[in-house]
Write a protein that binds this ligand. Structure first.
Ligand SMILES: *Cc1c(COP(=O)(O)O)cnc(C)c1O
Length: 361
């Protein structure tokens, strides 16, 4: 009989064997500003209410009615455009994978600007689809000519636009996005506008999906304040959502996720107030960073700020030694040389972060 090692070599896909697992930084004891989480915990009163609501959930049953209730509540929350439907994912990461699965027609490819969200490329590769990455310009705007040429050459099934983009935090020029959406429309592809950072963004595509039936808008409750719950959603033309929904595992949203989501939507005002604090903190951080000698912050429409420093490795290590964990993203893409990605935290956390950064440059 073969050893387990030999068995794995034979049975696990070669490309998966050569992959690295998704790395999550150890944050024990540190001010955690590395993953765009909402820094605010629930108040004691809300913890108690959530506990009672979760306690009443019928966990002996498969989640059916509660999930339908979440779709109804989210449809109201986003003012679902006419002719559209909304589907749920176990985080938007699951929706990203489901789209790659659903669009795996012979010769299909997936296109996204780079640097961008790593799951676009990962989902394409895991599904065995060709991935086309188109570099952004040096100021992290879309290279419109390169995007249009790549769309024409490859006719991708899916074109991803993170709006705002992660890790650069900016909203791409609206005219360029419009022209890219039109070009993909002519090639019979789909565009997904990933609005993970919508609570902090000055623009959205939600109102435009009715005019563009090849555009999907994806959002998540993770950056809104429920990263631990795992709930993403996607809106698009009803017939398109119906097709993608066929590849969704039937009970992908747990009854506990569903109840926690309904609870959060019942208290949407609390989360909206937190987002307002974070937007004000972002403005404050951008002002402070602009005054730090050697630091070059870039514009942000999200709850994170990209900043270039003289030596990002030294700054990252120095900040961590001072108790603040951010993300050194320079290895993600050559355009990100010496860049750190800072998550916007509470006022107190942000003071610690700025002080740690200044001391570490
Ligand atoms: C964080 C993030 C997501 C993933 O969100 P989950 O719902 O937590 O899976 C998707 N897209 C972008 C651009 C993100 O930054």
């Amino acid at each position: 009989m073969a050893t387990l090692d030999e068995r794995l070599k034979k049975t696990i896909r070669q490309d998966i064997q050569s992959m690295h697992a998704y790395a999550i930084q150890n944050s024990a004891g540190l001010v955690k500003l590395d993953a765009m989480e909402n820094p605010f915990r629930l108040s004691e009163a809300l913890q108690k209410e959530l506990g009672e609501r979760l306690g009443r959930v019928a966990i002996n049953r498969y989640p059916v009615v509660c999930v339908a209730d979440v779709i109804t509540a989210l449809s109201t929350y986003v003012k679902l455009p006419a002719g559209c439907k909304l589907m749920l994912g176990n985080g938007s990461d699951e929706l990203i994978s489901l789209l790659a699965l659903a669009c795996d027609v012979p010769g299909a490819s997936i296109l996204a600007p780079l640097p961008g969200f790593v799951m676009y490329e990962m989902s394409a590769k895991l599904q065995g689809l060709k991935f086309i990455g188109v570099p952004l310009s040096t100021n992290f705007e879309l290279d419109e000519a390169a995007m249009l040429a790549a769309i024409e050459a490859h006719r991708p099934a899916i074109t991803w636009i993170a709006y705002p983009n992660n890790p650069t935090a900016n909203l791409f020029d609206e005219g360029a996005v419009e022209r890219i959406v039109a070009a993909v429309g002519k090639q019979n592809g789909l565009v997904v506008m990933d609005e993970a950072y919508q609570p902090f963004s000055s623009r959205s595509w939600m109102g435009k999906v009715t005019q563009h039936e090849h555009v999907l808008v994806m959002r998540t409750l993770s950056k809104f304040g429920l990263a631990g719950v795992r709930l993403g959603y996607m809106v698009g033309a009803a017939a398109l959502i119906d097709e993608v929904d066929k590849v969704r595992p039937p009970y992908n949203i747990s009854a506990l996720n569903a109840e926690a989501t309904l609870f959060a939507l019942d208290h949407a005002d609390v989360f909206a107030a937190q987002a307002e604090v974070l937007r004000a903190e972002r403005a404050k951080l951008l002002r402070l960073l602009a005054e730090v000698p050697g630091a070059q912050p870039f514009p942000s429409d999200a709850n994170m700020i990209l900043v270039r420093v003289p030596d990002s490795r030294k700054a990252f290590e120095g900040m961590r030694a001072r108790g603040v964990l951010v993300k050194n993203i320079e290895a993600l893409h050559p355009l990100l040389k010496n860049c750190l990605r800072l998550t916007v935290g509470t006022p107190e956390e942000n003071t610690l972060m700025i002080d740690a950064l200044k001391a570490s440059l």
